[in-house]
Design a protein around this ligand. Structure first.
Ligand SMILES: [Zn+2]
Length: 268
């Protein structure tokens, strides 16, 4: 092997920036899930994800009954996470879907995949605008207005009308099932998520995580939910997935990832 080749390979293995990103997000954070959310953050941190490499998805009025601005413990905890460098995102307004599916295909996604939690999947533009406005008002009253950068719709689902509204809403990025949308590009297509509603779902999603984490390294989103703490096997699957991926990927939050990515529009 020629010396120049050796040098190039050594530089590539030494430079942390050449590793793809591991983008860990904690979903569904609200007053209703505070203790379980803390445990999921602790799980990620204790297994090697720095606090400032986490992306935290906040629901302003979870289930239409838990306003974040009126719950000081959740508010203070989120302030602390933001000060520590975590990236906060808006995660819908109530998280609950309203409206009726108009086709078997829509029903399958709404109830089968999202289980009635795809808040914006059936929204028209006016409904989506109203929810975003109400969500932002709560976030601002909670003193977190300057800390929320992106938008992740519940279950990653948006109706076509809601998609148009979210794109124009001034977020630095938003996320769908297929990746993170920033400007004209879609990044980090690979997604690992865990389900915990049944033993079957836990086993299937753990198997999917195992398969995904053995593929050639690529920018990878890893989504964990407070509900995952209810199942020991899911917690163990998350722990194993993190241990498998962290040596090969660089943990970073969504904003840091976009700032580091040449293809993304420069988010502020
Ligand atoms: Zn969610």
């Amino acid at each position: 092997m020629r010396p120049s080749t050796l040098k190039r390979e050594r530089l590539a293995s030494e430079a942390p920036s050449v590793k793809p990103a591991l983008l860990v997000s904690v979903h569904d954070v609200s007053p209703l899930t505070l203790e379980a959310s803390r445990r999921m953050v602790d799980l990620a941190v204790s297994n090697g994800v720095p606090l400032n490499a986490l992306t935290v998805l906040v629901i302003p009025r979870h289930e239409d009954r838990a306003p974040l601005d009126e719950h000081s413990s959740t508010r203070d905890w989120l302030h602390g996470l933001a000060e520590a460098g975590a990236c906060l995102c808006l995660h819908g307004f109530t998280h609950r879907m309203s409206g009726q599916a108009r086709s078997p295909w829509q029903w399958a996604w709404a109830q089968g995949f999202a289980r009635g939690q795809g808040e914006l999947y059936l929204s028209d533009a006016a409904d989506c605008e109203r929810r975003l406005e109400a969500a932002r008002a709560i976030i601002c009253r909670a003193g977190l207005g300057g800390d929320v950068h992106g938008f992740v719709p519940p279950a990653w689902l948006l109706s076509p009308a809601a998609s148009g509204v979210v794109r124009q809403a001034g977020f630095a990025f938003h996320e769908r099932l297929c990746g993170i949308f920033a400007g004209d590009v879609i990044l980090a297509h690979r997604l690992i998520g865990f389900g915990s509603l049944s033993a079957f779902e836990a086993r299937m999603t753990a198997a999917h995580a195992w398969l995904q984490s053995h593929r050639r390294p690529a920018d990878t989103r890893l989504a964990i939910h407070p509900a995952d703490v209810r199942r020991d096997d899911t917690v163990e699957a998350i722990r194993c997935t993190l241990r498998r991926l962290l040596p090969r990927l660089t943990p970073m939050n969504y904003m840091a990832f976009l700032r580091s990515h040449p293809a993304a529009a420069s988010p502020s």
